[in-house]
Design a protein. Structure first.
Length: 225
């Protein structure tokens, strides 16, 4: 009996240190579910691509900037960054080993193989919240897409990242004039205010129209020079 396109079919299910992560096929798209929370699928990606472009535009012509992308997901942000020769180093932080494997030799490799083969690309398996507190590395842009937004986190510990202390850690890994770009499934005026309070400048929120529902947004802020 053929499988129905209306019913999601689980391709892989893993239990890791941060809970359950699932890859499933739903019709012609692949979906990632973490701890029962829908993260993203391969159906669109325009707002994830805009996350990367908005950060690059805010860097105002900086030559070959380095970007740290928080969250590999289905690979939209990575593949879009790798397709642009203006970026220098492209580091992607992903804490779920299963997601990395799905890209390296699993179903998601169809979307990201070329980007992963790019000499500028580096995948780091680590928790971004811990990384921004501990690393000595710095970047020109930090693009965050590890949650459904500042007000809708995937795990409880991620919530600290969007407060003033967490944003100070984000600023610490940015070079002077560097850009923080944060993807969200819905606008958050409170987060925009927190960005200002944390010392970011040129704070703004850009809406991206999606096929259904409220627009996705990208929150942007610049570390003072």
């Amino acid at each position: 009996m053929p499988l129905s396109n209306d019913i999601p079919h689980v391709l892989d299910r893993r239990e890791g240190p941060h809970g359950e992560v699932v890859l499933r096929r739903h019709g012609d798209r692949l979906e990632i579910i973490a701890n029962g929370c829908f993260l993203m699928d391969t159906s669109d990606g325009r707002s994830e691509r805009r996350l990367v472009d908005a950060a690059l535009e805010a860097l105002a012509g900086r030559d070959r900037p380095d970007v740290l992308i928080g969250g590999l997901g289905v690979g939209f942000s990575l593949t879009h960054a790798a397709a642009n020769p203006r970026w220098g180093g492209i580091t992607v932080m992903e804490r779920e080993h299963a997601i990395v494997e799905w890209h390296l030799d699993g179903p998601l490799s169809a979307f990201s193989a070329e980007a992963l083969a790019d000499s500028r690309t580096q995948i780091v398996e680590a928790d971004l919240v811990a990384y921004v507190n501990e690393t000595s590395a710095t970047y020109d842009a930090l693009c965050l897409d590890i949650d459904n937004g500042p007000d809708w986190t995937v795990t409880e510990g991620n919530g600290n990242l969007y407060g003033e202390a967490g944003l100070a850690s984000c600023a610490r890994v940015l070079r002077p004039g560097g850009v923080l770009a944060v993807w969200s499934a819905q606008p958050s005026p409170e987060f925009e205010e927190t960005l200002w309070n944390a010392g970011f400048q040129q704070v703004r929120t850009e809406e991206i129209t999606v096929a259904r529902g409220v627009p996705d947004v990208v929150h942007l802020g610049v570390r003072p020079g």
